[in-house]
Design a protein around this ligand. Sequence first.
Ligand SMILES: [Fe+2]
Length: 395
Amino acid sequence: MLGHDRIDAETYHRDIVPGLLIGAPGERAAVGLAGLEPLGMRIGDAAWTYRADGARLRIVEGVADDASCVVRLSPDAWTDLVTLLRTAAALAIAGEVRAERGSLLDLFAWEPVLRALYQGIEIYLPSGPQVRDRHGRVVDPAAELTLDHTDAQLADHFDATGVMRVRGVFSAAEIAVFEAEVDRLAAEAVPGDDRSWWAESEHGDAVLCRIVYASERSAPIAALARDPRLVRLATLLHEDLAASTDRMEGISILLKPPGRLKGLANIPWHTDCGLGGHHILCPSVAIGIQLTGSSAETGYLEAIAGSHGRTCPQPAPEAYPNLPYLTVPTEPGDVTVHVADVLHASPAPAGEGGRRTMYVTYHPPTLFEHVGPGEAVNDLIRSRTAGEVEAGLGL
Ligand SMILES: [Fe+2]
C-alpha cells in the first residue's frame, strides 16, 4: 500500500505550521477547539503542545505542564497521521501511539482539529436538523426514492445528504438467489479462513458477522459489480468510480447475529476512511443491498446526513435532535447508498437481530493505484481479535 516519505516534524512545525495557522487551515481548525484541553505530542526526540488560545489554535514547542494529555509516537507514525494515511484510531490499534498522560480518547477528540490543520478538511458543526441541496432547497434525507426518479433528482439528493435509500431495486426472486448464496458461503466460513469476520457471543462462542470477498466464490454476487442499476446509483456524482471485487474485501456480506456480542458485529459512529486512506478511498460509494430488510429490532444504518467531505465529531444521542440524524429502515430489495466519509453507524439490534446486507463498493481510480489485489485498509482490524482492538482503542 501507499507510503509517504517521512515528514520531519521539526521542519514541519518550524516552516509549515505558522503558515497553516494564519491561513484557511488554521481557521478551519479553530472551529473545533471548544472543550479541548492542551495536547502534548512527543514525536521522536521533539515535542509540541497544541492548545486553544482564545478562538485560535496555538502550537508551542515542548510539553506544557498543563497538557492534560501527552501522546508519544514515532516520526513515521506521525507522518501517517499528518498525511491521513493512518488515523489516530489505526495507530492506536497498531500500538504505535501511546498516552503518557491522560488517555488516547483525548487524542481522538483532537483529531478533527488536526485534520483541519494538516489537510484543510473542514469540521462539521451542527446547524439544526435541516439539509439543503446545491440549489438551496430543503431536502428530506428520509425521502422515498426509487429508480424512477431522474438522474438529476437522485444526484441532487445524494450530493446534499451523502446517504440515501432507494426502494425496490431488486425483485423478490433476485433476493432469493442471493439469500441462497449467502447461506452457502456462511456454511463454508470458518474462523481463521481470512474470508470472514467473527464476533464473540456472551458465552465465548465465535459468531459469524461478515463474509468478505464473496464475489470470488459466487457468480451471482460477482455479477453485481457491473449491474447497471448499481453502477447508475454509484456514479451519480463521480463517473469514474468502479467496483472492487479483488481488493478492499471485494463484495462483502454483513450479518447481524442476534444476542449480545463482543467485537465488530455492531460498529459505532465511523466513516469508512476512519482507519486512514481518506485521499485514496474517498469519495467511494458503498451500496448496501438489503436481503432481509432492516429495522431498529434487526439493526439498521444510521447516518448524519450531509456530513460527508468534512470531519464530523462523534455525536452524543442528546445532540441528535439538533442534527440531520437519520435512521434507514429498509425492506428486502431496497438498497442504501452512502459516501465513504459520511458519518454513519451500524448499531446493535434493539431486538432479535438477524439483518443481512451485501455491500458493493465503488472506488475512485486512486484506490486501484494504491491498494493492490487482496489488500484492504480493514486488514489491520481483521487480523486482530476483538479484545486486542478494544484494548488498542483504550475502550
Ligand atoms: Fe461503514
